[in-house]
Design a protein around this ligand. Sequence first.
Ligand code: NAP
Length: 307
Amino acid sequence: MRLVILVKDMSPLSAPVTITGKTKVFGIIGDPIEHSLSPPMQNAALHQLGIDGVYVPFQVDGAQLPVAMAGLGAIGLQGFNVTLPHKQAVMPHLVSLTDSAQAIGAVNTVWRTEQGWAGTNTDVLGFIAPLKAQAVDWPTGRVVVLGYGGAARAVVAGCHQLGCQDIWVVGRSAQKLAQFAERWQVSALPVTIQTKPWEALGSLLAETTLLVNTTPLGMFPRVADSPVSGADLALLPPGAIAYDLIYTPRPTHFLKLAAACGLKTLDGFEMLVQQGAAALEIWTQQSPPIAIMGQALAAHLGANVSG
Ligand code: NAP
């Protein structure tokens, strides 16, 4: 007998999934996990690729992480994503880590090897994918990163991968800025960054070709906030790119102000799709259906976020 289920929260792009004894299982662990955006996106992709597979969210309490890791291995999970609060805690349970995951200090994608679970951080690939499409000579441009949290680490690693050599990180705490910079000096990736306090941002902008917001300023529901004023954005040179990692709303106030200054703009939506696509490619060795993943994510976000 075959079981036919309609996976909850799958987009209208997806058909019912038929689960059999051969169905491969992928997933995501986190706590909480119920608002994860990955299941609709990954299930739409598996369906589009014709893969007999399903992607399932698993709520894993921090104290249960070691047991869960062993259990996921024992039941034959193919691979999984990792979200808060386990992105760091999962690392000691992996047999190998990519340089970027080591440098960022966080893992969001895990796959099976003969020796055990291996991990990487696909936020780096997700971040640079939309930038690679831009006709910019990255090594010579100045990058300014606003914020020094988890996403900023992926952004710095991504800029390093693009070949950028003039990377500045701007934040409101001098102590946290210093800690952020020190961390890169002993990292698996030899990135040199410079830092400035938030008040000095304006002095950097005239030569900035890429300005990245990694703070939550402007994220739903505080959609009227922007990390940078229109007057400061007007200091950027023509052709510069304003990149906001926020994906809700689209566009953010920051990007509206940037567009009004004639700057190129990128939001966090494609990064979100591309980090998922990079994970899917690791697990399946198949070229991910980016457009379908984007449509599924947009449909899900549209259904779950108002305003
Ligand atoms: P995080 O680790 O909490 O870091 C947030 C950073 O923003 C910190 O450096 C924080 O500095 C700074 N910040 C917060 N409020 C600020 C303010 N009012 N003024 C100046 N700086 C402020 O968060 P995260 O994980 O890096 O995520 C940051 C953003 O990126 C979120 O909006 C998230 O949705 C987005 N993101 C998007 C993707 C994607 O795929 N598109 C992926 C990851 C993250 P303090 O420590 O001084 O508060």
